[in-house]
Design a protein around this ligand. Structure first.
Ligand code: ATP
Ligand code: MG
Length: 574
């Protein structure tokens, strides 16, 4: 891992940090300066509706819509629905929702590749009339065998020089449904000896007697992606057609098509796709995770999908900041997951109210605190932002603390509760441990303590110090909640790069989900809505999950806090 692939204190500055233009912005500005395209900037985001969007798509969305916003241009949403069998309305709807949620608007420019099937068909007829396409009646295997390889040129099909009238006739009959699937294809007549394999007479149309989710049974021939994409861009008036690196060597073919057809010529620009550590972004594999129930669904909070990360508690602002920060490059690299986590921490630090929540509760009985008495203590809702105000936190004789905040026999640098030790309860009092209860197995079942009424608010009038500050929740007031903690979905850093054929599922982290069914949180959470976000002091950022019921809240941990223990401790001791 390159050190530069991890965020540092410096690189993780505010969201508005100045940066130099990326290479795509440079191209756009150069084109604008040269008056190209009449000064227009028009991009598009072209997903195939065969799965839910993931973080890689988020990068592409931010890039395409971001350029349009920055240069006063437009960005279209286009569903690349050329494959009739793999696509689904469910995916179309989820994609629209995700793009909107990220904060972008395609206005009235929603397109489908299938809207252009007739145009593409007419373009194909033009190629045929110009002698630039032919019907090949060989099967796909024969065609494949004649393609050659990187060192050997391909061989011409025996049908390559078929008279164009004959091709036109067959092509029209193909469209009319006269032939079964696989009987013939339409191929472009480019160059079977080209060093670029994509130029070796690519297939433009195949016969597929399949019902399409939008065009129904209107077509039984479907255009190939390569024949569709560039012309689609052209027909929509796209000026800068941004795609990922694997399309770099398709560009000469797209250029060739556009030149033959003599239509508006968008400029294709390739950038490196986003790869994130400990996860993967192949829709096919994500679909497998869902179908085989290795996750609870597309929006499982461990999934790198936009809906998953949204349910996990990420905000659109944090994803946009993340995409901005990682930038665009010309070479593939692996981005450390830390960048993503850093982006959401920064955003939630500003916007999430603080509360106290105990994940693994241990009861503390404060023996000198009067039974039945309740104290209301004032707590700060967000030390980063005064406008969040304060709240009252109830305190009583029995409270819960984290089990890990008590040790029978503490090691040297442990500053929390232990027999005879005194700590500060955040916003409350100093308490001193006077004893404990154990079960037959030797586990601590409760801690006994005394509080010092003079330390109300967390400071001793005699100036005495304590080294630890811990969070707590009043037992009688606490809400019982379920908390779900998440870890990396894969155990392999480079999970996106597992070679084809290798069993990628063996790298799934079996401990990526930990369910804590009996956590205790402040009563103030009782009225919170699904999606509401909080910082649980010392434990991280959390959000209310949609599995919550009237009886019980279910809460996701979005991300842990970094160094918060040290922070809380030193702040409290000031
Ligand atoms: P997958 O390989 O997972 O199926 P895809 O590239 O086929 O992904 P599309 O729906 O075709 O998915 O992608 C829509 C747009 O999003 C394309 O312009 C594509 O380049 C871009 N995109 C997809 N994955 C990434 C990624 N990891 N990083 C950046 N952009 C991406
Ligand atoms: Mg694709």
């Amino acid at each position: 891992m390159e050190p530069a692939d991890r965020p540092s204190e410096d690189s993780a500055g505010g969201s508005g940090e100045a940066r130099s233009l990326n290479f795509i912005e440079q191209i756009v500005e150069r084109d604008l300066a040269a008056g190209k395209n009449g000064g227009r900037v028009h991009t598009r985001f072209p997903p195939e509706p065969n799965g839910y969007l993931h973080l890689g798509h988020a990068k592409s969305i931010c890039l395409n819509f971001g350029l349009a916003l920055k240069y006063g241009g437009k960005c279209n949403l286009r569903f690349d629905d050329t494959n009739p069998t793999k696509e689904d309305v469910e995916y179309v709807d989820s994609i629209k929702e995700d793009v909107r949620w990220l904060g972008f608007d395609w206005e009235d420019r929603l397109f489908y590749a299938s809207d252009f099937f007739e145009n593409l068909y007419q373009f194909a007829e033009k190629l045929i009339q110009d002698g630039k396409a032919y019907i090949d009646e060989q099967n796909l295997e024969q065609i494949r065998q004649q393609r050659g390889n990187l060192t050997e040129p391909g061989k011409n099909s025996p049908h390559r020089d078929r008279p164009k009238e004959e091709t036109l006739d067959l092509f029209r009959r193909m469209r009319a449904g006269e032939f079964p699937d696989g009987k013939m294809v339409l191929r472009a007549k480019v160059d079977m000896a080209s060093p670029n394999m994509n130029m070796r007479d690519p297939i433009l149309y195949r016969i597929r007697h399949a019902t399409h989710h939008r065009t129904g049974d209107a077509w039984c021939i479907y255009p190939m992606y390569d024949w569709t994409h560039g012309q689609n861009d052209s027909l929509e008036g796209i000026t800068h057609s941004i795609c990922t690196l694997e399309f770099e060597n398709h560009r000469p073919l797209y250029d060739w098509f556009i030149d033959q057809l003599d239509i508006h010529h968008p400029q294709q620009i390739e950038f490196a796709r986003l790869n994130l550590s400990y996860t993967m972004m192949s829709k096919r594999k994500l679909l497998e995770l869902v179908e085989q129930k290795m996750v609870s669904g597309w929006d499982d909070p461990r999934m790198p999908t936009i809906c998953g990360i949204r349910r996990r508690g990420y905000t659109p602002e944090s994803l946009r900041a993340f995409c901005e920060r990682i930038g665009v490059a010309k070479f593939n690299s692996l981005v450390d997951m830390e960048w993503l986590e850093q982006a959401i921490r920064e955003d939630l630090n500003k916007r999430a109210p603080r509360v106290m929540g105990v994940l693994k509760p241990l009861k503390v009985i404060i023996e000198n605190y009067p039974e039945g008495q309740v104290d209301q203590l004032e707590a700060i809702n967000n030390p980063e932002d005064e406008s969040f105000g304060t709240r009252q936190v109830p305190f009583s004789r029995e409270i819960y603390i984290e089990a890990s905040d008590f040790m029978l026999d503490p090691p040297k640098k442990y500053f929390r509760l232990a027999p005879g030790r005194e700590v500060r309860l955040r916003y409350a009092y100093f308490i001193k441990c006077t004893g404990y209860e154990q079960n037959a197995a030797g586990e601590i079942t409760a801690v006994k303590a005394e509080y010092d009424p003079a330390t109300r608010g967390g400071n001793a009038p005699d100036g005495r110090k304590v080294q630890g500050t811990i969070h707590w929740v009043s037992a009688q007031h606490a809400l019982d909640v379920e908390v779900r903690l998440y870890d990396r979905l894969f155990m392999l850093e480079n999970a996106g790069d597992i070679p084809e054929g290798e069993d990628w599922k063996k790298y799934i982290n079996p401990n990526s989900l930990e369910v804590l069914p009996a956590c205790k949180v402040e009563p103030v959470l009782a009225t919170s809505a699904v999606g509401a976000k909080y910082q649980f002091e010392r434990n991280g950022y959390f959000c209310i999950d949609r599995d919550s019921t009237a009886e019980k809240l279910v809460i996701n941990r979005t991300v842990t806090l970094k160094d918060t223990w040290a922070k809380v401790q030193s702040k409290g001791d000031k």
